[in-house]
Design a protein around this ligand. Sequence first.
Ligand code: ZN
Ligand code: ZN
Length: 601
Amino acid sequence: MPISFRPALIAALFSSVTCLGLSATVGLTQAVAAPASVAGSTRADQQFVKTKAAFLQALWQQDPDMAMAAGKYQDANKLVLPDQASRAAYVSFVDHWLAQLDKVNDEQLSAKEQTDLALIRNYLKGSHWYLTQFREFEWNPTQYNIAGSFDAILNTDFAPKAKRVRVAIQRLQNVPAYYLAAKASIKNPTPEHTRLAIKQSAGAISVLAELEKAAAAEKLDSKDKAALDEGLKNARAAVGDYVQFLEALEKTLDPATARSFRIGKELYEGKFAADIQSSFSAEQAYQRAIKAKEEAHRNMEKLADQLWDKTMGGQAKPADGVKKIAMVIDKLSENHVAAKDLYPEIRRQLPQLEKWIREHDLVSLDLKKPLVVRETPEYQRGVTVASIEAPGIFRPNDKTYYNVTPFDGQPAEQVESTLREYNHWVLQVLNIHEAIPGHYTQLQHANQSPSVIKTLFGNGAMVEGWAVYSERMMLESGYGGNTPEMWLMYYKWNLRAVCNTILDYQVHVLGMTEAEAKDFLVNQAFQTKAESDGKWLRVQYTSVQLTSYFSGYSEILELREQLKKQQGDKFKLKQFHEQFLSYGSAPVGMIKKLMLKDAVK
Ligand code: ZN
Ligand code: ZN
């Protein structure tokens, strides 16, 4: 990831934290200033639309990587140095625009513009907090990696290939300075992020090889050719030097005194407020998750009782409920695809999901937009099994990728463990979550939303919350046959979202140890060893993001039930979904306000 000031938001193309939800940097048409004078828009609205356009123009200039993540490549040849000067400039930019926005009178704006204004403010305040309080640039060396941006330039169809190669060659020239600035920025890194950064730097080397290959296929003039050769040589040396620097640094880090990857209560609440923008505090979300876990266990025990004879035959039932559930899940998990059939099976299921949604009239789908199932690019591996990578906001017709991390080189035992986790039933739920009607469908709707701001500053909890909500909604519609097996596995999966929230809070705030975390995941959330190992890595590398699933989901479900009660017979599920998705990836709390206001009319 290039100079990420706010990784969560720039996540789209460059994310290393996907099912990243916020791999949702979204798409929209070229309308920079959201369609202005729609009927009913006020004079204040029209004025604010101009302010927004000016803000976005300034943002693209201030942050070419953010522009790229949004699909605007005009400054893609510039690699911004991640140094103190550019961070200070960013803080000034933020202060300037916060002051500009203070001049806007919220009260006179329509609801739609009020929410845009709130989102820009949230973004700016969050950026300020990230740069001045969270200061990840000092302690997280994975922030410095050129792979994502070069990959985007080489593989996004924003210009003819020859032009893109030249853009990459220009960008290449700043790579040595980029890594020098990185080295100068790092102070007291965590051992965990340092080791991950060393590993992920391999991705930078492979993207340079990809550039070399792409350039070989083009006719370059002698000047470009010289710049390429010199640039590649220097860039490779710079990456090598950065890796050596990190390796040497890592040896000096004493686990007892080095900065902990646990961010602690204060930063945790701050990050939760900046990223999740929930109506709850982090601690409240944590308490809710604990209640949800208990409820899931009660339902699962009933299902396990129903399935006992069928799965366990004459075996004696243990008195302990959790043990009983675990035994039935363990038995059912034997039903899974072979490793070689994972990709074909995912591809096979996607049209079935489309058909079901059409036949049951659940939500509208745009079948013209391509979704490509592929292996996760190397530089993004190491955090999640599956993710959706969507085109930037100004390039809505680009391909969306469904990334699945391949099993290359993994021991057979670990492969088997992962396959059992993504067994016959859970694989279906995964496809719902990542693709249809989860992330892929939500992003398609967001792309049609008439607010660049809502799409650009998409809210992670809304994005993940929708995907998690869509799982439940599909099962409620009968997808998967309404069998106790499907429901039991659904709860197991849903418990992941719930337990992600509990785990993240306990690890980062309450000091849960590795052994406690793995025991919790295996024995309370019924996860396999492979899954709990992966989750432990993820909770070390990220914070707060793991809570987005449950906090968004629980707010969406609450909203739906509230509207159902209010509207009685008039409530239409498809209409609820269409309206909910029509606001773009705005925080659920804001959508709730708009929908409830609308429902009163
Ligand atoms: Zn997701
Ligand atoms: Zn097996």
